[in-house]
Design a protein around this ligand. Structure first.
Ligand code: ATP
Ligand code: MG
Length: 556
């Protein structure tokens, strides 16, 4: 075991169970229901389930909890598998489904009936709800509660054989209609649904309920610790009840931890699905989505997500974490590993009037200011350049150290230039700057030791690569969008801005995340086939101003 020892209450329990000899191997499962794509909340569960097992030399199952046909699909199953792998975890040969156990679950239901602790109820769904009582009032026994074992067996078999319509009967556990825990008031075990199953095909028209299937699936797989979120705390007595009744060979233990909630976002598959179905976003993997596939497409590195949930920790306290905490992890990872590149997002043309017409120079540029191992590349420099529109101000305040009429600025890895003339269109927009460069000031090799305060980035115009760059902001304006009655009312209307950018030539075929100097981290979109130009997503903005970094690194 490593430095993760007992860093949370669940690990504490698990390590004690190993130390005491209660278990000699830890077996966990991650049990998503394939009714949507996985989101940032699931990252926490995945890292915990796979993490504790890996740390202790144990095993983890990826179990698709598919007891609810109709909402589940092979598309979701595939996405779940891809996402778990991408996050860096491997179930090896332990991919299972609750539906793999449908036969055993059916047999066990018969055992419950034979023991006299399950019965077929024929009340309508509405009647069952009425009979259940409320939090303050006990429920009432169903008139069918005392059916004989023979009658129950006969009815349950006929449910299985498809003799009845949906809702005509249910199989219920016979526990206690007066229990203060509503989950114990004779919960349903099986219901009739004449609907095919994404994995089991059309073999079944009765399906087990989650609470029943889950604990037994855990038992069948030899799960030692069944880790789930706090909303299942009240279900634990039922989880244990099924195990008590059926005494399987392995007895798993359910332990609950608090959900991970992220501010300004939604972590409910149902609500995320609505955004997809209504076209509010471009799909489950829209880079604004808090889904794993959205974050992957956005360019978040998997190690940043793992680090994020490590920092969030596993607790029993409800918590909402700031989006900034996630972005910090993304920056921390990319800051070390992303190469630096030059790109201009909102281009303004600069002509160097005293630069030879056909001359091209190649400027050596560092790929990473903090790490010489990343090497250098040669940037073409020529008479016509692109700079960022907001690096020029016509009416500039005194402290504006970028370009202004008559002012000077250094072009990173290039020369000091002076703005001599501002060209405008008929509407008065600035469309071109006519500048002169000082040949004595070339970065690194210049003979002049002249210094100017500001340094800006640029791209050579004839060499530039066109690209569409997508700038993302948070999807919601409200810190807790789930609380809104209508999520549409809390959508950020400008969560996506598209700009036509100019990139340095080496970006034509980059295929991983890079830093556009001074602008943020970006990565090519892997769904850009349909677009005319390359498409880049902004992963995250830079925290620090580039000026500081460049000072340390360049000294000019
Ligand atoms: P949703 O409400 O988004 O549908 P869910 O809990 O129904 O979520 P499941 O597919 O059943 O989704 O979840 C699989 C596992 O992930 C469960 O063990 C669940 O407890 C865990 N999980 C789901 N959401 C979160 C979250 N926000 N934080 C931590 N764990 C979560
Ligand atoms: Mg669920």
């Amino acid at each position: 075991m490593n430095d993760t020892e007992a860093r949370d209450f669940i690990r504490k329990i698990i390590y004690e169970d190993l130390a005491s000899g209660k278990h000699d191997e830890i077996v966990t499962r991650f049990p998503p229901e394939p009714n949507g794509y996985l989101h940032i909340g699931h990252v926490m569960a995945i890292c915990l389930d796979f993490g504790v097992a890996a740390e202790t030399g144990g095993r983890t199952y990826l179990r698709l909890d598919d007891t609810n046909p109709g909402k589940e699909s092979p598309e979701f199953v595939q996405a779940i598998k891809d996402d778990v792998h991408w996050l860096g975890f491997d179930w090896e040969d332990r991919l299972t489904h609750a539906s793999d156990y449908f036969d055993r679950l059916y047999e066990s239901a018969i055992t419950l009936i034979e023991k006299g602790v399950a019965y077929v109820d024929s009340l309508t769904a509405e009647e069952i709800r009425d009979y259940r009582g409320t939090l303050t009032e006990p429920g009432k026994n169903s008139p069918h509660r005392d059916r004989s074992v023979e009658e129950n067996l006969d009815l349950f078999r006929r449910m299985y054989e498809g003799e009845f319509a949906d809702g005509e009967h249910v199989l219920r556990a016979k526990i206690d209609m007066a229990s203060p825990n509503m989950n114990m008031r004779d919960p349903a075990i099986y219901r009739i649904r004449h609907i095919p199953h994404q994995n089991a095909g059309d073999k079944w028209c009765i399906y087990p309920m989650y609470d029943y299937a889950h604990g037994l699936s855990d038992a069948y797989e030899g799960i030692t610790h069944s880790l789930c979120t706090l909303e299942f705390e009240d279900h634990r007595p039922l989880y244990d009840w099924f195990l008590d009744q059926l005494t399987p060979e392995h007895r798993p233990r359910q332990i609950e931890f608090s959900r991970l909630n992220l501010a300004y976002t939604i972590t409910s598959k149902r609500k995320l699905k609505a955004l997809v179905d209504e076209g509010v976003v471009a799909g489950w993997d829209d880079p604004r989505m808090p889904t794993i596939s959205g974050m992957r497409r956005r360019g978040y590195p998997p190690e940043a997500l793992r680090e994020f949930v490590r920092r969030a920790g596993v607790t029993k306290k409800d918590k909402v974490i700031e989006m900034g905490a996630l972005e910090t992890c993304v920056r921390d990872v990319l800051g070390d590993k992303a190469e630096r590149r030059m790109a201009v997002l909102r281009p303004l043309k600069v002509v160097l009037t005293n630069y030879p017409d056909d001359q091209v120079e190649y400027m050596e540029a560092m790929n990473h200011p903090g790490n010489p191992d990343f090497g250098t590349r040669d940037l073409p420099f020529s008479k016509e350049l692109w700079i960022e529109q907001d690096d020029f101000l016509e009416e500039a305040p005194r402290k504006f150290f970028r370009l202004k009429p008559g002012g000077e600025v250094r072009l990173r890895f290039g020369y000091i230039i002076r703005c001599d003339e501002v060209v405008k269109d008929d509407a008065g927009n600035v469309i071109e700057l006519r500048c002169s460069y000082d040949p004595e000031t070339r970065s690194g090799t210049g003979t002049s030791d002249r210094k100017v305060k500001g340094t800006i980035h640029w791209v050579s115009r004839p060499h530039a690569v066109d690209a569409e760059v997508r700038l993302y902001d948070r999807l919601f304006n409200e810190a807790n969008p789930s609380a809104a009655e209508d999520v549409h009312s809390v959508l950020n209307p400008v969560s996506l801005e598209i700009v036509e950018a100019k990139l340095e030539p080496s970006l034509a075929d980059v295929d991983e995340a890079v830093q556009f100097e001074r602008l943020g981290y970006f990565c090519p979109d892997f769904r850009d086939d349909a677009a005319d130009a390359r498409v880049f997503n902004r992963i995250v903005t830079l925290r620090d101003s580039w000026a500081k970094l460049e000072k340390q690194a360049l000294g000019n």
